[in-house]
Design a protein around this ligand. Structure first.
Ligand code: BG6
Length: 522
């Protein structure tokens, strides 16, 4: 790949052709711009494409991070012309863009959009797509570079992959340039099916060209977890089972299942979020220092953690699932899961899952990792809380420290991105009363630049060929090893109902109370 370096006011040169003697190639401060290329989105009319992918592409263009010669190709079963696609994409970008929407920026993207109508079993449509990519070499100088984004139901993956193989689009040896595939989660629905899917993807693409998206890894605050741990010396000495009592990882959503009834009912909270986002957060929280900040070094450390995860011997009591019932949220009455459109009236799919895991390493042995996720909870919040042990001895009276909790280091992933440190402090006055206070770092206040959306970062990384923030297939398989026994245990149980707008089923509170702990109320 020829690295492109933006020079001065947006002029771009190939670094290989014109080396910049002042630039250290390891210096990552200058934004990198990918080579001219095409992004082909399968399922371009779906929710993900409209709400996340198209706005992210617009934001990248607006930030000057897309190469000249960039082409966006939509593929879907719609009787559309390119003009219809352009109109839809314009509105999607305008509604979803993070950066200010500017018609002149959009016009530059609009000049290079193409739409190919067709179903996934339509050979002619795929032949046309292959020919279009060849034509774009002459018209847009894409030199054979293309990324295929599978924003489609998992059941359709095999068919599309086979079409990419049949038309030789996956393999670009003859024409040069790179071909990459982006696979959205879920990667299978259990270990055997994820292995099958991985085998199929590996048959069609070489491993380094496969990018599995877990968009949590694209969030700035998730990456900050690594900065916090490995760029500072303050936390490391206490970051272990000598000082840490427990870890709580929460991903709560106030919304319901939206328009995704069919997918959600077949997945549930554990497959939708715990298997991927929560276990990735656990891996980053618990891993040892990687030897470098690159894809291979990170994978090695994350794999060690995922391989060391243990489930409670008796899942009863330590693995809880729930389903929201009708309730009040934001002053409004909202329907229960079973009343949602297209959800079978007797569905036993969970919308809440919580589990107590262990990480069997010298650093973490004996420290419980409590993970929870749920829909229709009181607020949307994702955080990782490191809860410390109480001081072994307190030279105060019991009443002085009545309101003193455990020290906590909280990484606020979203919203209010930042970090909080909670510790005890003397209440002003003549008595020695000690109470919890918080010290806050807020991204919004500390930096003038706002954080890019996860999808902006990840799409750019795909086009640059940087796999650092993408889980490898071994990680996906390890994660299924954790979730499969839970699913098996839950298969014959009914999830406990919780009213919408509350923090989940009572059993989840009891799970922690049984060990003298309680969930944080973020
Ligand atoms: C997706 C899940 O991966 O993450 C959704 O499939 C969930 O169910 C979404 O709503 C949440 O993402 P975020 O970035 O809004 O926390």
């Amino acid at each position: 790949m020829t690295e492109q370096v933006p020079v001065g006011a947006g002029v771009t040169v190939g670094a290989r052709g014109l080396a910049n003697p002042l630039r250290d190639p390891r210096d990552r401060r200058l934004p990198r711009v990918p080579d001219p290329c095409a992004v082909v989105v399968f399922g371009i009319t779906g929710d993900l494409a409209r709400k996340k992918l198209i706005p992210a592409i617009y934001d990248l263009a607006n930030r000057g991070l897309l190469p000249p010669g960039f082409v966006l190709l939509g593929f879907a079963r719609r009787d559309w012309e390119t003009g219809d696609f352009e109109a839809m994409a314009h509105d999607a970008a305008k509604n979803g863009a993070r950066t200010p929407f500017r018609e002149d920026v959009w016009r530059r993207i609009a000049e290079s959009v193409r739409f190919i109508p067709g179903s996934f079993d339509d050979d002619n449509a795929f032949d046309l797509l292959a020919q279009t990519l060849i034509d774009l070499e002459a018209t847009h100088g894409i030199a054979g570079n293309a990324a295929f984004y599978l924003s489609i139901p998992p059941a359709a993956f095999p068919l599309v992959l086979k079409q990419l193989a049949r038309t030789k689009m996956a393999d670009n040896d003859e024409r040069g340039g790179w071909r990459r595939v982006v696979v959205e989660k879920p990667f299978g629905h259990d270990l055997p099916s994820s292995r099958e899917l991985n085998a199929l993807v590996d048959e069609v693409f070489t491993a380094q060209d496969v990018f599995r998206i877990d968009h949590y890894l694209g969030k700035e605050t998730v990456q900050n977890l690594l900065a916090l741990r490995f760029a500072n010396s303050l936390f490391e000495p206490t970051y272990n089972n000598h000082y840490v009592d427990s870890v709580q990882i929460t991903m709560a959503e106030d919304g319901g299942i939206g328009g995704r009834a069919a997918f959600y009912d077949s997945a549930g909270a554990a497959r939708d979020v715990l298997q991927n986002h929560l276990l990735q957060l656990l891996a980053l929280t618990a891993m040892e220092e990687p030897v470098a900040f690159d894809a291979d070094a990170l994978r090695v450390e994350k794999l060690k953690v995922l391989g060391a995860v243990s489930l409670p011997a008796d899942l009863e009591g330590d693995a809880v699932r729930g389903q929201y019932a009708a309730g009040w949220q934001g002053g409004e009455r909202v329907p229960g899961y079973l009343e949602e459109r297209l959800i079978p009236p007797h569905s036993r799919t969970e919308t809440y899952a919580a589990v107590r895991l262990g990480v069997e390493t010298r650093r973490w042995g004996g420290v419980p990792f409590y993970l929870r996720t749920g829909k229709r909870l009181p607020r949307r919040v994702t955080e990782i809380a490191i809860v410390y042990k109480r001081a072994p001895h307190l030279p105060f009276t019991a009443t002085d420290v009545e309101e003193l909790g455990r020290n906590q280091l909280v990484i606020r992933v979203q919203p209010d991105e930042g970090v909080t440190l909670r510790f005890g402090s003397k209440v002003p006055g003549t008595t020695m009363e000690v109470r919890d206070v918080a010290m806050d770092f807020l991204y919004g206040e500390a930096f003038t630049e706002s954080s890019p959306e996860a999808y902006e970062r990840l799409i750019l990384d795909v086009l640059l060929g940087d796999a650092t923030l993408f889980p490898r297939h071994e990680e996906v398989e390890m994660s299924w090893r954790v979730v499969d026994p839970l699913e098996e245990y839950w298969a014959n149980t009914t999830p406990q109902a919780y009213p919408a707008g509350t923090w989940g089923p009572r059993a989840a509170e009891e799970m922690l109370a049984a060990e003298g702990r309680s969930w944080r109320r973020p």
